[in-house]
Design a protein around this ligand. Sequence first.
Ligand SMILES: Cc1cc2nc3c(=O)[nH]c(=O)nc-3n(C[C@H](O)[C@H](O)[C@H](O)COP(=O)(O)OP(=O)(O)OC[C@H]3O[C@@H](n4cnc5c(N)ncnc54)[C@H](O)[C@@H]3O)c2cc1C
Length: 488
Amino acid sequence: MATYDFDIGIIGGGSAGLTVAAGAAQLGAKTLLIEKETELGGDCLHFGCVPSKTLIKTAKVYRQMKNAKAYGLPDADVKPVEFPRIAKRIRNVIEAILQHDSAERFCGLGARVETGNPVFVDEHGVSLDGVPFTAKNWVIATGSSPVIPPIAGLDKSSCMTNRDLFTLEKLPRSMIIIGGGPIGIEMCQAFNRLGTDVTVVEMGGAILPKEDKDMADLVMGVLLAEGIRFRLNATVLRAVRAGAQHEVMIKIGDTTEALCADTILVAAGRRANLAGLGLEGIGVDFDGRGLKLDDRLRTTQKHIYGAGDVTGGYQFTHAAGYEGGIVVSNAVFRLPRKVDYTYLPWCTFTDPELASIGMNEKAASDAGIRYSVWSDNFRDNDRSLAEGETTGKIKMILDETEKPIGVQILGPRAGDLLAEWVAVFNGKTSLSTLASAMHPYPTLGEINKKVAGTFLSTKIFSEPVKKGLKLFFNLRGRACEPAAQPPQ
Ligand SMILES: Cc1cc2nc3c(=O)[nH]c(=O)nc-3n(C[C@H](O)[C@H](O)[C@H](O)COP(=O)(O)OP(=O)(O)OC[C@H]3O[C@@H](n4cnc5c(N)ncnc54)[C@H](O)[C@@H]3O)c2cc1C
């Protein structure tokens, strides 16, 4: 039997790779982790979730300072932001988390960490800048990179991506964001709140195209009210330098328009990082989206797995972590486990946030499911009123057997509110259990209980139930009739 240097080798030290490395090493597998950058952590830590959420919080506080009056406070004299101070705060947060993702910590868990650019030389071996390493199993977890669309005048030198955003030396006075997906939309609000004049250009008819249109439109309404401009159904024709500014020519229908700004941010999709790994030479298939995988995350070479953004699937840190766990089961435990994304949650961290689990109306219609929608508004939640954050609603979707198949929440801390639904769906908790469980008052979470209760009350307070109770317990009915409304 062939012998290898390692039981498992992992390429890429981001969310997916680190999950596999920590799991495999702690289970006793001889583990190698190869990362091309000098620091572990990947996009999420350095250029994605962590810096973006830190920036979003700073922008929210800044807006609240400016809106002090709305909370009964004196008008505040708020000065313009100095971006390097914000960038420093971002760096501090990254550094705090980095302790947890350090090579030393992984060494402590038992994994060897190497830095460099690996290339597969055969099905079990890589050359790491000339040094050979072999492993029985491999995991490709190299993540994804922003795509700059092939538009005349648009290239690395003329636009920014998420890799440039969080270390700016100066807050841009104006910004054109190409792409109305989650990254573009989160960043448009954050930069606009900090003082940048922002225009979003989106090729589709709505922002956040994966979401139901009513929810996406509500988000857009909030952003419009904050002063962000949108150009929907827009094709970007070209970008040109106009002195210190950039001019972006767009076309909507038959009309062309020139937009001008200091900076262009491209947030128009991501491409799996697969180039240069030598996969073509060892029979690992991939296409423009990512690796070709079966439902146990095995590539076309069964001992080589894929996890994270490189799969071309759901591009979230928690999806990467989940997939990392599936790989550990299959490759280390030898327990055949398949991926199941039925209850994959996600959240777009606008203010208010838009969080989702299971099917939305769009997905249910596409799947040919007949569904009903139950909803409740944050303006009817006491805590929302107290906090002055009343925009948004919850939507609960039931299939025709009245089983919940999805929930979307647009509202304050929607991502955290969704946690209860994560437990409900995964624990197969009934709606009556949720509706009858005590929730602390006043909390935003009461909206979860309330929407379940709204559905159940149509059953409990139905005419047949009322008739039955009247008959069995001799209930005598209404004690008060509302006054008749005067004719209009
Ligand atoms: C602006 C932004 C905001 C985001 N916000 C969120 C959020 O709020 N919530 C959320 O869930 N997701 C968010 N994401 C998505 C999230 O960052 C990714 O889904 C996640 O990082 C994917 O993890 P990964 O392990 O697949 O890739 P990564 O974390 O990118 O890790 C891949 C690693 O592989 C390394 N690598 C690449 N090529 C090679 C090679 N050839 N050899 C060796 N190493 C290599 C890279 O350097 C990197 O360290 C955001 C993304 C962006 C861009």
